[in-house]
Design a binder for this molecule. Structure first.
Ligand SMILES: Cc1cc2nc3c(=O)[nH]c(=O)nc-3n(C[C@H](O)[C@H](O)[C@H](O)COP(=O)(O)OP(=O)(O)OC[C@H]3O[C@@H](n4cnc5c(N)ncnc54)[C@H](O)[C@@H]3O)c2cc1C
Length: 269
């Protein structure tokens, strides 16, 4: 059984990261429009001209589609396909436990695809499921919220039994919260960042493959240079959508590969 401990791993509250970026942008003079839906990106003669929102058009020569699980809907409303698949990820957060110190390291049991870290006086733990739930956002209602994501606690308990010799606490600790989210998986497990091939001014920052938080400052930085200088500061060809060719990407094959990437997040086993 392979267990990985990385001494200088960090963990943080994901919501704080988004708020931190928003505050930093605001302090640089960016106007934020929270809870404003982008219905579609407006394109004329192969160039982005703006975005359509319920409150009217916002004129802009550049748009970055960073709509997470909805990246495809935003792009496809403007005729651009994106090969990524929203995939459910659903950790438990336990009640506070004596000894669950915030200074304890993250633990990843690679062979069993189970991870655990301290969280609010207890532990947060989750798994990379063998048979992940993949979503097509067009099947969900327009007012669907990620907090309404259907979750399956049974899957987590099954994995907890697999690692009871290493982490017996998982079966014993009372669960305080069962959270869910929809990271976006791609066929090769890498992000989709950079320009859309045939539309000037249309960029992507998506396909996070359950690793978008850690890399987000770097991706934001290179994407900003890419937009301003019309070229990335380093070769990012392996992250562009063009690496997948012109398509069409058969949906069945894409979902098969996305699920493979998800279940092998800790490497092929
Ligand atoms: C349980 C769980 C554990 C994770 N653990 C880690 C980890 O340990 N390390 C790590 O690096 N990453 C982790 N991730 C992944 C990380 O959360 C994602 O990579 C990251 O949130 C993806 O960011 P994003 O900007 O692509 O999408 P999101 O964070 O989903 O942001 C997309 C935003 O776009 C908005 N939006 C959608 N449609 C529209 C529209 N039409 N108009 C306007 N706005 C729209 C959404 O409301 C949302 O606010 C985890 C994810 C989950 C769910």
């Amino acid at each position: 059984m392979a267990i990985l401990r990385i001494g200088d791993d960090l963990y943080f509250n994901p919501a704080q990261l988004a708020v931190g970026f928003a505050r930093a942008a605001q302090s640089c003079g960016v106007e934020l429009l929270p809870n404003m839906t982008a219905n579609r990106v407006l394109i004329e003669a192969g160039r982005v001209t703006g975005g359509e929102t319920p409150r009217g058009v916002i004129h802009a020569p550049v748009v970055v589609d960073a709509a997470g699980a909805w990246t495809r809907q935003v792009a496809e409303a403007s005729g651009i396909r994106v090969p990524l698949v929203p995939t459910a990820q659903q950790p438990f957060v336990t009640e506070p436990l004596s000894g669950a110190l915030a200074t304890l390291p993250m633990v990843r049991i690679m062979d069993a695809a189970v991870y655990m870290r301290p969280c609010d006086g207890g532990f947060l733990w989750g798994v990379y499921e063998e048979d992940p739930k993949l979503f097509d956002m067009t099947d969900l209602s327009e007012d669907f919220d990620v907090k309404d994501l259907p979750l399956d606690a049974g899957v987590l308990w099954q994995y907890a039994r697999d690692v009871q010799a290493q982490l017996p606490i998982l079966l014993k600790a009372p669960v305080r919260k069962h959270r869910g989210g929809l990271p976006t998986m791609t066929a090769d497990g890498q992000h989709i960042v950079g320009p859309a091939p045939h539309v000037r001014g249309f960029y992507f920052a998506s396909g996070c493959n359950v690793a978008g938080l850690s890399i987000s400052p770097a991706l934001g930085d290179v994407l900003a240079s890419w937009i301003l200088d019309c070229a990335p500061p380093i070769d990012l060809t392996p992250l562009t959508i063009s690496r997948f060719g012109e398509g069409p990407w058969p949906e069945d094959e894409l979902r098969k590969q996305a699920a493979w990437q998800y279940r092998h997040f800790y490497g092929a086993r």
